[in-house]
Ligand binder design. Structure first.
Ligand code: COA
Ligand code: MG
Length: 287
């Protein structure tokens, strides 16, 4: 489970130097929208060098979209042993993933990298992509999880960006359902662009969590701690989960499948959710 996915513009030397200090779970070096055309080629070199010296991070590169003149060379130029995978923007169909997965396989072969390990995180940010989200998630073993690009999605659908949250409800829920139905990890929610607004980000991240996302895309170092905290269970939640599991198991011993705790019913799904919180907390402790 990765909570915080931090974009770092691939052409910005100052930001790239900061990567070593960032506590984000995943770094996404951007070659797409944060990089102007005249810097696309040099950014690849900067990104590759940074990844080579940051082996301890989970390193993804957001390449340019399949239908751009940059895509193929982006893939070729960033291949290196510490690359975890690519984020593929503006994915519209299953075929996009099949093509990218095939090319990654070829490049793994050419660069003698372990076979099948480079992951793909499709960015769903068009009406076509959303319609095909389920097929996209299922298109390849390489698809780790889906991610949502609300900025481009609102542009594609001509949704008024101010107060767009309600209009994005369908897209968010659809991505969560499509991911689960494809047996993939939960998706990653869109960026929160107003990076000085910490309270606003916290509310947005809590909403993402309620939808069922596993984490959020980020643009500024200030956002990392907030998102890591929101997507981790609190001490109170862990303590409550322990009480639920203990009580439920004791009630099963007595031959009862439903029991009450502080006036609330506990049965299978509630006990399962509590077990999941404990498993998540344990996993966090060991990583
Ligand atoms: N990655 C790494 N470091 C970053 C960073 C990022 N995305 N954003 C800011 N920083 C660093 C800055 O280098 C600066 O370091 P310093 O304290 O050593 O000077 C510090 O954090 C504070 O930055 P700040 O001055 O508040 O912001 P800025 O004007 O330098 O940058 C943005 C603001 C929005 C331009 C920048 O955050 C950014 O480029 N974000 C990502 C944009 C992107 O990738 N977009 C595409 C995906 S939507
Ligand atoms: Mg986009």
């Amino acid at each position: 489970m990765y909570r915080s996915w931090m974009f770092v513009p691939g052409n910005n030397e100052k930001h790239l130097r900061k990567v070593k200090d960032l506590t984000a779970d995943v770094i996404i070096y951007d070659l797409e929208d944060a990089v102007p055309d005249e810097r696309k080629v040099s950014a690849r070199v900067q990104v590759k060098e940074t990844i080579a010296s940051r082996s301890e991070k989970v390193n993804f590169v957001r390449v340019n979209a399949l239908d751009t003149r940059y895509f193929i060379d982006d893939l070729h130029e960033v291949m290196t042993e510490h690359l975890s995978g690519i984020m593929l923007p503006k994915v519209n169909s299953r075929d996009d993933i099949v093509i990218a997965a095939y090319l990654l396989g070829q490049l793994e072969e050419k660069h003698q990298l372990p076979k099948g390990e480079l992951a793909i995180v499709p960015l769903i940010e068009t009406a076509k992509g959303l319609e095909n989200a389920s097929d996209i998630a299922k298109a390849s073993e390489r698809v780790l999880c889906l991610s949502f690009g609300a900025e481009d999605y609102t542009l594609d659908l001509n949704i008024e960006p101010a107060n767009a949250e309600e209009a994005l409800t369908y897209a968010r829920s659809k991505l969560v359902v499509a991911s689960k139905a494809a047996d993939k990890e939960a998706p990653i929610d869109s960026v929160y662009t107003d990076f000085h607004n910490e309270a606003g980000l916290e509310q947005a991240a809590l909403a993402s969590k309620r939808y069922g996302f596993q984490g959020k895309l980020l643009i500024h170092p200030k956002q990392i701690d907030i998102v890591n905290r929101v997507f981790s269970p609190t001490d109170e939640q862990i303590a409550e989960a322990k009480r639920i599991v203990e009580l439920y198991e004791a009630s099963l011993q007595k031959g009862e499948g439903a029991v009450q705790l502080d006036g609330k019913m506990i049965d299978v799904p509630i006990a399962e959710r509590a077990k999941r919180i404990l498993a998540y907390a344990e996993q966090e402790q060991t990583t």
